[in-house]
Design a protein around this ligand. Structure first.
Ligand code: C2E
Ligand code: MG
Ligand code: MG
Ligand code: MG
Length: 276
């Protein structure tokens, strides 16, 4: 009996493992044609002013509608795209799409900043800032309405080149946000060294803030630090009214999360803006 159970456990493990490998293999193959097959789209999640409860900007979040697997998370496919040398092309696609949409809102009289996530591979390319400039010119989006979100890992992969690219982008008026702040090893060094406009406090702080007093203390001190350094600060992953109230008490200016809105399709996002 035990031998049989152990064996079936092992079989299950092998099956799960090989299914996982097949899944990844299939994703890798279909990644090559996702752009041509127009399977990508951009969702927008509003960033809210905590006091007025009005949207002040938004984040563009990439979505892949896979013909067989349905919606695949960017946390799954971006790393594969990076490995397979496809993230440059995908990154330019999402940047162009987001800038086109935001330029349209701007022409319609709604000047709303859009934030686009940047991968490590893009950031260490020597022509990244020029590519961004070209897309701004092409789409007619004023640079002041574009923000780029970089992570600590992406910057650390090539600190010198990343700093050079970010300085160039700042000089043309694009804003820079440090995403998932507080999860890395060199967060404070980066705050000192990089030309940043904004810190985005990682969702994990918000998750633990309700139960852990140390998380609350760290969060309130990081918000004070950002305010003192004249950096904008956004709390990510706000899901409850209690979290919203805590952030207000800490003088956190901005927040983003399911409590205000999930990431929305372009049409639904415009409806959201019109309801405010
Ligand atoms: P991120 O940039 O930190 O984006 C925030 C993630 O948190 C998004 O997940 C968003 O849907 C989710 N989120 C927002 N509010 C809440 C909340 O209240 N609760 C919870 N549980 N989650 C919330 P998503 O869209 O799955 O994206 C995951 C990550 O994939 C992003 O993390 C970003 O690192 C990456 N990513 C997304 N779009 C792009 C892109 O266009 N290019 C690159 N290079 N990476 C992207
Ligand atoms: Mg982000
Ligand atoms: Mg984040
Ligand atoms: Mg993240």
């Amino acid at each position: 009996y035990w031998a049989k159970t152990a064996q079936s456990g092992l079989e299950q493990y092998h099956r799960a493992f090989s299914e996982q490998a097949t899944y990844r293999g299939n994703l890798e193959r279909s990644l090559q044609s996702m752009l041509a097959r127009q399977e990508l789209w951009v969702a927008y999640q509003p960033v809210m002013d905590l006091v007025t409860r009005q949207p002040v900007s938004c984040e563009a979040l990439l979505r892949w509608e896979h013909p067989e697997y349905g919606s695949v998370s960017p946390d799954t496919f971006i790393p594969i795209a990076e490995e397979r040398g496809l993230v440059q092309e995908i990154g330019l696609w999402v940047l162009r799409a987001a800038c086109t949409d935001a330029a349209g809102w701007n022409r319609a009289g709604r000047a709303l900043k859009v934030a686009v996530n940047v991968s490590a591979v893009q950031l260490r390319g020597a022509h990244f800032a020029e590519q961004v400039t070209d897309i701004l010119n092409e789409t007619g989006l004023p640079p002041a309405l574009l923000e780029l979100e970089v992570t600590e890992t992406a910057v650390m992969a090539n600190m010198a080149e990343a700093t050079r690219q970010l300085l160039h982008l700042r000089s043309i008026g694009v804003s820079i946000a440090l995403d998932d702040f507080g999860t890395g090893y060199a967060s404070l060094e980066l705050v000192r060294e990089l030309p940043l406009n904004k810190l985005k406090l990682d969702r994990s702080f918000m998750t633990s803030a309700e139960t852990e007093s140390r998380s609350r203390l760290i969060m309130s001190i990081v918000i004070d630090l950002a305010n003192a350094l004249d950096l904008e600060v956004v709390a990510e992953g706000v899901e409850t009214g209690e979290q919203h109230t805590m952030l207000l008490a800490w003088h956190c200016p901005f927040a983003q999360g399911y409590f205000y809105s999930r990431p929305l399709s372009h049409g639904a996002f415009l409806d959201f803006l019109n309801r405010q």
